[in-house]
Design a binder for this molecule. Sequence first.
Ligand code: PMP
Length: 433
Amino acid sequence: TVTAEPAGFTQTAHLSPVLKQATPVVVDHARGSWIHGTDGRDYLDFTTGIGVTSTGHCHPRVVAAAQAQCAKIIHAQYTTVMHEPLLELTAKLGPLLPAGLDSVFYANSGSEAVEAAIRLARMATGRPNIVVFQGGFHGRTVAAASLTSAGTRFSAGFSPLMPGVHMAPFPYAYRYGWDTDTAIDFALDELDYLFATRVAPDDAAAFLIEPVLGDGGYLPTPPRFLQGLRERADTHGIVLIVDEVQAGFGRTGKFWGHQHAPGLTPDILVTAKGLASGFPISAIAAPTALMAKAWPGSQGGTYGGNAVAAAAAIATIDVIADENLVENARVRGEQLLAGLRALAGRFPAIGDVRGLGLMAGIEFVIAGSGGRPQPDATAAAAVQRATTGRDLLTLTCGPAGNVVRLIPALIVSEDEIALGLDRFERACAEVFG
Ligand code: PMP
C-alpha cells in the first residue's frame, strides 16, 4: 500500500541534495492558509513553514508593514545604530512576556536564540552543565544540535558535539505504555538520579525544555513536570529556559506554551518562528538582573533584530490581538484534535492523537504488535505523501519519523479545518484501505 517516492523532485537540481524535500511543491504565491503551486494546484497548508506563518501567508497588514519599512531602512545594524522598529517591538513584547522577564535580546533564528540563552545561563551562573530532555529539538547549529535529542539524524556524523550537555528522560507516557502521572513521576525521579549520579545540581547552569516537544514528536510537556523543574531550579539556583520557538506566539491556544502550567514563570524564554510571520527574527527574554550578567558585547550579530523583520513582528503582534488569534488557535485546535480522535478509531495504525491548540500530532504504530507501541515510519511517510496528493500539506516528526504533524495558521477557519480533516481521512483510507 506504500507508494514510492514520487517522481518530479526536479526543482532540487543544483541545490544541495542535503535538503530533504518533504513535498515536490514549488510555490508560486500564497495567501492565508493556502499555497498556490506552479503546478496550478491549490494546497491547504497545514505546515506553515514549520509553524512560522501564523498570521497566514502574506497577511495584508504584515506585507504593508514590511513594505513601508523597506522604503525607510532595511538594515540598521543594531550595535551600530539603533532603529525604531526594534524599540517599538520591544515595547509591544513587554506586556506579553512572563512577569519579570523585562529585558530582550534579538537574533535571527531559533538556533541562535537558543545559543544566546545557553551562553547567558552559563555566564550568569558560572556553571558548565545544561540539562536537556530526551526528544527535545533546539536547532541545527553545532551547539543547538548538541542540545537536541529528537533523532540521531540531527547530530550523527559531525561529533564531537558541545560538551556539558546532559540528557534526562521526558515523560513520554504513550511510548512507555503508562498513564501520564506514572511517566511524570518516573521522569522527575530519573532527573534526581542524574543529579545524584552524574551532574551535581550545583554544577548545573540550566534546564532547557520545550512546552510541547516539536520535531521530537508533538508531545505536550505535562504541567506537573514543568513545575517539578521549576522547584528544582529554585532549590539549586538553576536557570529554567523554555524554548518557545515552535510552541509560542499563540500556537497552543495560550500566548506562550508554558502558560498551560499554571503559575509557572521561566527564567529565560526563547522565541522565534511565529514572531514575525515569516521574517527571520528571534529573541530571548529574561529579567534585567539576569541579562546584565552577560558582558556587553558578549552577544550580538550582524543581522540580529533586522528592521524589516521587526516591523513585521510589530504587525504580527497587532494582528494576533485584533483578530483574536490565540483564542482562534484554541477553538480550532479543539476542532482539529476532536476530528482526528474521531477518525483514529477507523485506522488501527493510528496509535495516538495528541497536541495543544494548533499543534496536532498523529503517531503511527504497527497495529497489534503488543507490548510497547512499535513506531511505523513507513505508514507516517505514506500518509504524509498521500495528503500532498490530496492537496493538503503536512509534515512528519518524531525520532522515528512516525508522527504526522499538522500545524495550521492561527487564522485557520472552521471550514478549512473541516476540509483538512476530510483530506487527512481520505489520505489514511488511501494508505490503509
Ligand atoms: N527550537 C525549537 C523548539 C524549534 O522547533 C526549532 C525549529 N524547528 C528551533 C529551536 C530552531 O530554530 P531555527 O530553525 O530557526 O534555527
